[in-house]
Design a protein around this ligand. Structure first.
Ligand code: RFL
Length: 389
């Protein structure tokens, strides 16, 4: 069989590319390794920034995808137990993001695609990419019934996350990988307990902690932890005790802990994001650390740029936007890497003088103080949160 574009991976990136292509009348097939149920349950991010929201608002999908998702207008920093509210709405002129759990967005993207007649194949095993540097690449896989399949395509969108097959299909040496890992780690838990009033980041001598909502009855917390700290040390009892201490809130309501993970403060950027007729999108091409909430938003921004470039190439015979795809995306990727690092630095080093040392601790506190005292610094911060168009 033959199609204009094969999309590998049905995460936020792949589903956004696929929906935008379908809307423009470009044929595509999406291949996803997991079942629909698995993909629809994966809980990760929770904030759609303003730039990502605009991607959907410009398409016919906006109302359907964003229904009921409240705006995120205020961010709370709680410093040594004292609350400081950052009014993002005022500093961006209303260009604030929306609170929407990633799996709800994924669920809606899947149903929108299928309702519009999209071809989405779950449980696709052993996906492999071939002849990427020729004019006519093809993709092979085993379908849910175990039958070997082959799809010829003009382009392949590699949207299969950081551990997918797309980037691995590129010959060694064709891509440069930039990496940086800090010596601190984040411990994150997902709980069935009420969300905070506003997204909350707390700095105190007990260490950093953050509390973000994931829908009306769930929360994601982040706690800074030491390099040697692993999951075994974090009993539920320690989690809640540490959260109450760090958030300076004895009445923090608890609830079942649904998921725990320790994540490195890791940044990765692959350059270029294209190889022949393969284009990498989202986590397949870059990883940003959790602070700043840009991972999902970068995936959506890449998907938008790629979908437009593919429409120009396939429908209008204009390859220019596709050739510029990588450079267009990388400018935003590096901007957001810097933002995420900057914010991680503020909240990590600004939390605990004993860990950061007196000099870095004071620098970090000064950085945070600046966004509450300088209107132009506040605006710059709010713009970075809103995302670059
Ligand atoms: P995804 O979402 O990982 O989707 C990739 C899809 O590809 C499929 N796949 C394959 N399909 C076919 N063949 C193969 N060989 C395949 N290999 C993989 C996978 O099953 C999956 O369906 O990548 P995408 O679309 O690029 O989206 C990126 C975002 O998911 C990611 O950046 C964010 O979730 C990162 N992230 C966060 N981002 C934010 O913006 N804000 C947050 O608060 C936030 N919190 C998080 C996060 C990531 C987390 N993880 C992954 C550790 C919290 C966590 C815990």
């Amino acid at each position: 069989e033959a199609v204009a574009v094969v999309v590998v991976g049905a995460g936020v990136a792949g589903l956004t590319v696929a929906n935008l292509l379908l809307e423009a009348g470009i044929g595509c097939v999406v291949l996803e390794r997991h079942t629909r149920d698995h993909v629809e349950r994966r809980q990760r991010a929770g904030v759609l920034d303003f730039a990502a929201e605009q991607v959907y608002a410009r398409s016919a999908l906006g109302d359907r995808l964003l229904a009921g998702a409240p705006r995120s207008t205020v961010l709370e920093f709680r410093v040594d137990g004292v609350s400081r509210l950052f009014d993002a709405d005022a500093h961006t002129g209303g260009r604030t993001g929306r609170l929407i759990p990633q799996q709800l967005l994924v669920r809606r993207l899947i149903s929108a695609f299928l309702d519009a007649g999209g071809d989405l194949r779950f449980s696709a095993a052993d996906v492999a990419l071939h002849d990427l540097d020729g004019d006519r690449p093809h993709v092979t896989y085993r379908d849910a019934g175990g039958v070997e399949r082959r799809i010829d395509a003009r382009h392949v969108a590699g949207c299969d996350g950081f551990h997918g097959v797309s980037r691995a299909a590129v010959p060694p040496g064709a891509l440069t990988t930039h990496r940086h890992t800090d010596d601190f780690r984040w411990f994150t838990v997902l709980t069935d307990s009420p969300p905070p009033r506003h997204p909350l980041m707390a700095l105190s001598r007990h260490g950093f902690a953050a509390h973000f909502g994931r829908g009306p009855a769930a929360s994601r917390f982040y706690l800074q932890c030491a390099p040697g700290d692993d999951l075994d040390g974090w009993t539920d009892e320690r989690v809640w005790r540490q959260l109450r201490l760090r958030l300076a809130d004895d009445d923090l309501p608890d609830g079942p802990v649904v998921e725990k993970a320790v994540i490195d403060a890791r940044s990765v950027v692959v350059d270029p994001m294209s190889y022949g007729r393969l284009h990498l999108v989202g986590d397949a091409a870059h990883i940003v650390p959790p602070m700043g909430g840009k991972g999902m938003n970068l995936a959506i921004a890449d998907a938008d740029v790629l979908a437009r470039a593919l429409v120009a190439a396939v429908r209008d015979g204009d390859d220019g936007p596709l050739r510029a795809y990588s450079a267009t995306c990388l400018r935003r990727v590096w901007n957001d890497q810097e933002f995420s690092r900057w914010l991680s630095d503020v909240v990590f080093h600004g939390a605990d003088e004993a860990t950061a040392g007196p000099f870095r601790w004071r620098l970090a506190r000064a950085r945070l103080d600046r966004i509450f005292t300088s209107p132009s610094a506040a605006r710059a911060f709010a713009e970075l949160m809103a995302g670059t168009a």
